[in-house]
Design a binder for this molecule. Structure first.
Ligand code: GSH
Length: 209
């Protein structure tokens, strides 16, 4: 059986759990506590060269790191990743956009807010929010008049973008003016098999990272 190493609050891990759930793929979940350094142990670093979750592990011990790579692997041969090379590239382009233009700013901003540090670092928060808003503007413009990000249907592009965009208000982002994004979030949440962040969580709310 596949094994997924994740953490309770990780949006990158949530992407993978959503797709595994939508595919109906059974997996064993191992939830690490980042705050306790559980992603930094020698044993875990042998599984994850970047000492981060998510990590997908096979029965033979091989692993895949990076949420985008895991989504691409799991979605092969399924409706969540088009066969057509051009459409597949369109989907992949959103995975890169998510990492560079969305996750890189919105994720740390969210963590600073969740851990009560945001008020003591206004300049850094302003920098992260201005980068995050720039990404959200681009996404909202693209989604205006469209239901999905790529290929005219729900794909792993939507799975990849959904967690950090939908959780951006936790980082102080105001989504009110992003009408297309808000409608898209509601659409993603209506997809069969969609699960919320806490679905199946071992001990909700106890983890620090
Ligand atoms: N680019 C990576 C980012 C993964 C990442 O940032 N993981 C965080 C949790 S969301 C983590 O494990 N952080 C632990 C640390 O950096 O020490 C991906 O998409 O999988």
């Amino acid at each position: 059986m596949l094994r997924l190493y994740d953490s309770l609050l990780s949006g990158n891990s949530w992407k993978v759990r959503i797709l595994l759930h939508q595919l109906g793929t059974p997996f064993e979940r191992v939830t690490l506590d980042i705050g306790k350094g559980e992603t930094c142990t020698a044993e875990f670093c042998r599984k994850s060269r970047f000492a981060r979750v998510p990590v997908l592990e096979f029965e033979d011990g091989r692993t895949i790191v990076e949420s985008g790579a895991i989504l691409l692997y799991l979605a092969q041969g399924t409706p969540y990743l088009p066969e057509d090379p051009y459409l597949r590239a369109e989907v992949t382009s959103w995975l890169f956009f998510e990492q560079g233009d969305i996750q890189k700013s919105i994720a740390p901003c969210r963590v600073h807010h969740l851990y009560g540090r945001a008020a003591s670092m206004p300049q850094e928060i302003q920098r992260l929010q201005s980068e995050g808003y720039a990404g959200l503007e681009k996404m909202d413009r693209w989604l205006a008049g469209r239901h999905w990000l790529a290929a005219g249907r729900y794909t792993i592009a939507d799975v990849a973008l959904y967690p950090y965009v939908s959780m951006s208000p936790q980082g102080g982002f105001d989504l009110r003016r992003f009408t297309a994004i808000r409608e898209w979030i509601a659409r993603v949440e209506r997809e069969p098999g969609w699960i919320d962040l806490w679905h199946g969580a071992p001990t909700p709310g106890t983890e620090r990272g």
